[in-house]
Design a protein. Sequence first.
Length: 191
Amino acid sequence: MTGAIYFGILLVVAIYLQQGRGASAAESGLVMVPWVAAFGVAGPLLGRFSPRHRQLAGLAGTLLVAAGFAVVALLAAYGQPSSWVLALVLGIAGLGYGGTFAGTIAVLTDTVDTRYAADVSGLFNTIVRVGGVFGVAVFTTTYTATSSFVVVAVVMAASALVAAGLAAVGLTGPRQAVAEPAAGRHDRVGA
């Protein structure tokens, strides 16, 4: 769900800034740099944490994304936030998404047998891309239908809260052991 937010905001902010506020393409692109850069910083930072803290990163990250978009919604509701304030808040939310992404992939690959880690990683990345397409479609449609950046930011914050709830359930739910393949079967899933 946070993957949908990640890709959706890239287009929505560009439309909002350029069509809604008359900003240049360069300005709208620069506003998004902290969102993307903070995402890239989170993974290496998370690698320095213990496995238990990496497990919590998915939940903490989605809460940070939700908080970031709640702040964006409040700022937009009470006036147009300056581009640098929007960039700063999006940078903080981007750090949360980076933590969510890196934390989720760490948990997924840590909980399966190592021979399946590549398969899980590929599946995860495929799901993120599908979520991205969904996010671009839903959030851009929401923005164009309502012409309200506040509405989109609230929907994104709510989506991140739902993702946080799912992450919390995932942390507290029962863990199932991965079944070993029967003798003579291939090591790769689907092979």
